[in-house]
Ligand binder design. Structure first.
Ligand code: FAD
Length: 415
C-alpha cells in the first residue's frame, strides 16, 4: 500500500492523478479463514484491524451485505465523547476517544477528528444534579469534564438562548476534547489498513446462515457461497438479533430506527457540539456548513432504515426554543439507521453459547464514538477467547446475573 503524504499528492498532481492505487481490494472470498467477521461497519473493520495489528492474525474476512460503512457507521451524527457515568463505560469510551486522537496518523488516512468540545445542557434542576454527579464520577475515572455556568455556555455558543421560558439553560457538562470525526472516513481508513495487511473485505455478500457442530461454528453461508471459519465475530448492530437467530441463540436487544437530519449550509455559527437531552435534540455544524441535527429513536421496534415527517417536526420544535435561529433554516435531508438497544443502554462484547463465536452489539444510539475502542476490545476477545479488562463487564450474561451497567442518563438520548 502506498502511503498518503503531501509528497504523494504533489507527485500525483504532475501525473494527472493516474498513479493512485485502489484504497482497498475487492477480492472473491476464499473457502476458509481463521476469523470471519460479519459486518463491515466501523466496529467490524476496527475489530479486524486490531486483530492484525495487535495479535498478528491476518487470515481474516470481513463480510458485508451492502457497501462498506453503509449501515449506522455512515448514518450517524458523528459525536465523540466519553463522559459516561459508570466505571466500565467511562474506561471503554475514554480508551476509544484517546485512540481517535491519533487515528488519522495511525491509519495514514484523514478521519477528520475534530475535538471541538461537546456540551450536554442542563435544562432542569434534576438534569443539573445528574451532570454534577457525572462530573465527579468522571474526575475519579480520569475523564476530563467540568460543569460550566450558563454564561460560559453562552460564551461558547453565541447563538443559544439561555433564557427559554420552558427550559432555561442552567449550565452544561462540558468535555473539551470531545468532538466529531468524518464517519465514513473512519470505515474507509480501517478498511484500507485491513486490506494492506492482506485481509479480505468482501462487500455485497450477505450472511444467510451459520453452520455449527458440537457447540462450535464451522462456517457461514453467504450469497457468495459457504465460507468456513475457525472463529466467528458478529458485529452487525441493528441486525444482531437476526444473526444470533441464525446461530441459534437469543440476544437481549431490540432494534429501532434512529433518525437525523441536516439543514441547508450556512456560514459558520457554532463550533462546538451541543446536546439538549431534556428536549431530545442535539446539533453541530458540519464542515460544509450544514446544521447536523439528531433526535430520538422511534417509539416502536422496526427495521425501516429511513426518516419520517413527524420526527423532523418533533425534533426541530424541541430545539427551536434553545436555538431560535433554526426556525428560519430549510431542512435538506433526513435519514434513519437501525440501532440495537439493550435494557441498560450499554453494549455487549461477549462470548456466546457457541464456543468460537463472539458478539459485539447493543451500542444503541451511541456507538460511533466507541468505534476504535470497541474494535480493540473485540479483537482481544476473539484472539484470546476471553475478554480483556475493557470488555469483561460487557458480557451478555450480565442480564441474567443482574449486573446492569446503567447508562440511561448518559446514553438515554440519541447521539
Ligand atoms: C441517526 C443516527 C445518529 C447516530 N449518532 C451517533 C453519534 O452522534 N455518536 C455516536 O457515538 N453514535 C451515534 N449513532 C450510533 C452509531 O452510528 C452506531 O452505534 C455505530 O455506528 C455502530 O457501528 P457498527 O459498525 O456496529 O454498525 P454498522 O455501521 O451498522 O455496521 C453493521 C454492518 O453489518 C452489516 N450487516 C447486517 N446484516 C448482515 C448480514 N446478514 N450479512 C452481512 N452483513 C450484514 C450491515 O449492512 C452494516 O454495514 C447514531 C446512529 C444513528 C442511526
Amino acid at each position: 500500500m502506498r502511503r498518503y503524504s503531501a509528497f504523494a499528492i504533489a507527485r500525483e498532481a504532475f501525473r494527472q492523478h493516474k498513479g493512485w492505487s485502489e484504497a482497498w481490494s475487492s477480492p472473491e472470498p476464499r473457502k476458509q479463514y481463521d476469523v470471519v467477521i460479519v459486518g463491515a461497519g466501523g466496529h467490524g473493520l476496527a475489530t479486524a484491524y486490531y486483530l492484525g495489528k495487535r495479535f498478528g492474525i491476518t487470515n481474516v474476512a470481513v463480510i458485508e451485505k451492502g457497501w462498506l460503512g453503509g449501515g449506522n457507521t455512515g448514518r450517524n451524527t458523528t459525536i465523540i465523547r466519553s463522559n459516561y457515568l459508570q466505571d466500565p463505560s467511562a474506561a471503554l469510551y475514554e480508551k476509544s476517544r484517546a485512540l481517535f486522537e491519533t487515528l488519522s496518523q495511525e491509519l495514514n488516512y484523514n478521519i477528520m477528528f475534530s475535538p471541538r468540545g461537546v456540551m450536554m445542557l442542563a435544562q432542569t434542576e434534576h438534569e443539573k444534579r445528574g451532570y454534577l454527579r457525572t462530573e465527579r464520577a468522571n474526575a475519579l475515572q480520569g475523564v476530563q469534564t467540568r460543569f460550566i455556568s450558563p454564561s460560559e455556555v453562552r460564551r461558547l455558543v453565541p447563538i443559544i438562548n439561555i433564557h427559554g421560558p420552558r427550559y432555561p439553560v442552567l449550565g452544561a457538562l462540558w468535555q473539551e476534547r470531545g468532538g466529531t470525526a468524518r464517519h465514513d472516513a473512519v470505515a474507509w481508513g480501517f478498511a484500507r489498513a485491513c486490506s494492506a495487511m492482506g485481509m479480505h473485505v468482501i462487500e455485497q455478500c450477505a450472511v444467510t446462515g451459520v453452520d455449527s457442530a458440537n457447540g462450535t461454528v464451522t462456517a457461514v453461508n453467504t450469497t457468495k457461497g459457504r465460507i468456513a471459519c475457525a472463529k466467528l465475530g458478529i458485529v452487525v448492530a441493528g441486525h444482531s438479533g437476526a444473526l444470533a437467530d441464525m446461530a441459534g441463540f437469543r440476544l437481549p436487544v431490540e432494534s429501532v430506527a434512529l433518525q437525523a437530519l441536516v439543514s441547508e449550509p450556512i456560514k459558520p455559527c457554532m463550533d462546538v457540539v451541543v446536546m439538549a437531552n431534556t428536549v431530545h435534540g442535539y446539533m453541530s455544524q458540519s464542515d460544509k456548513g450544514e446544521m447536523v441535527i439528531g433526535g430520538g429513536a422511534d417509539q416502536f421496534n422496526n427495521y425501516t432504515q429511513r426518516g419520517s415527517w413527524h420526527h423532523i417536526e418533533e425534533t426541530v420544535r424541541a430545539l427551536v426554543e434553545t436555538f431560535p435561529m433554526i426556525s428560519r433554516l430549510k431542512m435538506l435531508r433526513q435519514w434513519g439507521g437501525i440501532v440495537d438497544m439493550t435494557g441498560d443502554r450499554s453494549p455487549i462484547i461477549s462470548k456466546t453459547p457457541l464456543g468460537n463465536c463472539f458478539i459485539n452489539c447493543g451500542w444503541g444510539t451511541g456507538g460511533f464514538k466507541a468505534t476504535p475502542g470497541s474494535g480493540w476490545a473485540m479483537a482481544e476477545l476473539i484472539a484470546r477467547g476471553e475478554p480483556g479488562p475493557l470488555a469483561e463487564a460487557f458480557s451478555m450474561t450480565r442480564f441474567r446475573e443482574g449486573r446492569f451497567i446503567d447508562e440511561s442518563v448518559a446514553a438515554g438520548v440519541a447521539h
